[in-house]
Design a protein around this ligand. Structure first.
Ligand code: IMP
Length: 199
């Protein structure tokens, strides 16, 4: 049985990861379940670099021996803001600032900007470090635009201001299963699942 350790402390992510990667041949553990506690400096310049930094740091601890270590990094790119907040999405305006304030700030910075210039995307990179230290990365994106007001209470982070054309609503208004199906993280995880199945 393969052992996968996912380098996150976020329970919501673990749930999504288990739903997508689960099968009878794999055991999926969070860092905590694997008995690993680490502070990792995310100082990469891209989502993929940050995901690799996290996966490599966890793969280097003795508890991760013989396991596949996965890590992700994700964020929102707003084209009109030169792809801000990008890799700084969690830290934008300060880690402890509420998303009510962060979201309103992004709406304010787009004041008067027409819909065609409000394009944005969520990006997720996933990195895997295999037991032989080989590294694999995958990426997933979902395209949308920044709305004029917050809508919806599902999801988290920037979901209430991120709208997608096909559904005429924000990703915070979509049921969880629908968002998982369309989302950057879902796409990157399914691509990783395929890459790992080739091993
Ligand atoms: P990290 O990948 O855990 O470092 O977090 C990235 C940050 O990007 C989150 O804290 C959110 O601000 C933002 N983000 C990433 N994915 C989503 C999403 O699906 N919805 C809303 N915000 C997201």
């Amino acid at each position: 049985m393969k052992k996968i350790i996912f380098a996150t402390g976020n329970e919501g992510k673990m749930k999504e990861i288990r739903e997508i990667l689960a099968n009878e041949d794999v055991e999926i553990l969070s860092m905590k379940e694997a008995g690993i506690s680490l502070e990792i400096q995310e100082d990469g310049k891209t989502f993929a670099e940050n995901a690799m930094i996290k996966a490599k740091a966890v793969a280097a601890v003795p508890q991760a021996e013989n396991a596949i270590v996965l890590a992700d990094d994700s964020g929102l790119e707003v084209d009109y803001l030169n792809k801000e907040p990008g890799i700084y999405s969690a830290r934008y305006m300060g880690e402890d600032t509420s998303y009510k304030i962060k979201n309103q700030n992004i709406i304010d910075r787009l004041e008067g900007v027409p819909k065609e210039q409000r394009t944005a995307r969520f990006v997720c990179a996933i990195a895997a470090v295999l037991p032989n230290q080989e590294v694999i990365t995958t990426e997933g994106t979902i395209e949308g635009y920044i709305g004029w007001e917050e809508a919806g209470t599902n999801g988290f982070g920037y979901d209430p201001i991120f709208y997608i054309d096909e559904y005429h609503c924000s990703t915070a208004e979509l049921p969880r299963e629908v968002k998982n199906e369309l989302s950057h993280r879902g796409k990157a995880l399914r691509a990783m699942k395929e890459r790992l199945a080739e091993r």
